[in-house]
Design a protein around this ligand. Structure first.
Ligand code: GMT
Length: 375
């Protein structure tokens, strides 16, 4: 059994979810897990005897213009590596976490192995910035092993950073014990959704890349053809723009803005279709969460989305910004009960087969074994 340190951004976000869920499942399999983060990861919602949490304290000295979070993190990593005698430090994000792990390794003077998982934003957004490109490349090339959450992200990383570092694809997963369809018709009533109305759902952090206005425009077309409601879950910079758009399209009584929600599987369980129309998306964990709850998905032909949605089998893939074509797919699906049922059942089985949490956690374990034995 290994002693594994995990660093991620612990707040709401796919990478934080994956890092935390992975830590929990590894702990269940007997490993000793040490989270080294600035806050308790939000999914770490109960006590686990072999999970430890080391808080990174950021001091705000008057001489510094900005609190030195990165250096405090490296310092904490080095301290935990030495004191807890970690075997592996698994960091999520090359920038800044892999770079800090390398620094921490030097400071600790221990032969700890560094595993870095790429989730996308560090490559697709930060990697474009030439001032950071060299730093990200350094983090990746000096990690002992690197994984990425889709084939598309591997290709993009290699192209953008001009690196031939070997990168393993390990897909996102969900804990199937938490994500499954549990119909609750009273919840529909509580949200004033009629039984015959179809429910379309979108969940994101409302950043520009998520193209939430496209979701609203697609819904505007759908509701002309079939009785339906749109549920928007999450919060972020585009929230008020979306609110204005809904008002200008006179859809206020058909779009529900729910803000951030904890128990999304309950909301997914009353939904018939999930829309993710992003312009950048290395995987789209929310798609997997939806499929696990029996919800067919429509996504854009972007990043890792086509690796998750099987076009014509579990949902549809449309071109970015092609509102009418995406709306047509949605109407076709929502007005055909047989297709809706088949897509839903197929989605649930793909989650259990291609994206099974057990197989994915074992894949990470294999990688840890290889890296430790490679000494
Ligand atoms: O974009 C987000 O919603 C957050 C971001 C993150 O860093 O948590 O998500 C990224 O990592 C997720 C987990 O691997 C992926 O499922 C998301 O597709 C990815 N986001 C982007 O690539 C934009």
């Amino acid at each position: 059994m290994a002693k594994i340190g995990i660093t991620c951004y612990p707040t709401v976000g796919g990478s934080g979810v994956i890092a935390t869920e992975l830590g929990k499942l590894l702990a269940e399999r007997g490993h000793e897990i040490h989270f080294i983060t600035s806050q308790v990861p939000f999914r770490l919602n109960r006590v686990y005897p072999n999970i430890f949490y080391h808080e990174v304290e950021v001091s705000n000295y008057p001489v510094f213009q900005h609190p030195p979070y990165d250096l405090s993190l490296a310092n904490k990593m080095a301290e935990v590596i030495k004191r807890e005698e970690l075997d592996i430090l698994h960091v999520h994000y090359a920038m800044p976490h892999a770079v800090l792990a390398i620094l921490a390794k030097q400071m600790s003077q221990k032969d700890i192995k560094i595993v870095t998982t790429l989730h996308g934003t560090d490559i697709t957004v930060l990697g474009i910035d030439s001032s950071l490109k060299q730093m990200i490349k350094f983090g990746i090339e000096n990690s002992d092993r690197v994984t990425a959450v889709s084939k598309s992200l591997v290709t993009q990383t290699k192209e953008q950073l001009e690196t031939d570092k070997e990168i393993d694809v390990i897909y996102n997963f969900v804990d199937e014990r938490e994500y499954y369809r549990e119909p609750n018709s009273s919840l529909k009533m509580e949200y004033h959704i009629e039984e015959h109305e179809k429910v379309i759902i979108h969940i994101s952090n409302f950043r520009k890349v998520k193209r939430v206005p496209d979701v609203i425009r697609v819904f505007a077309e759908i509701q002309k053809r079939t009785p339906s409601k749109l549920i928007l879950v999450g919060d972020g910079p585009e929230y008020s723009t979306c609110y204005q758009l809904v008002r200008s399209l006179k859809l206020e009584d058909k779009v529900l803005f729910l803000g951030k929600q904890e128990n999304v599987s309950e909301l997914l369980s009353i939904s018939n279709l999930k829309l993710l129309l992003s312009e950048k998306e290395s995987f789209g964990l929310v798609l997997l969460e939806a499929m696990a709850c029996g919800v067919p998905c429509i996504g854009t032909n972007v990043g890792g989305i086509p690796e998750v949605i099987d076009h014509g089998v579990t949902g549809f893939i449309g071109e970015l910004g092609d509102i009418q074509a995406i709306a047509n797919y949605a109407i076709q699906l929502l007005t055909d009960e047989k297709m809706l049922h088949n897509f839903s059942v197929k989605g649930e089985s793909i989650v259990r087969e291609k994206f099974a949490s057990e197989a994915i956690v074992k894949h990470y374990e294999q990688l840890y074994d290889q890296v430790v034995q490679h000494e």
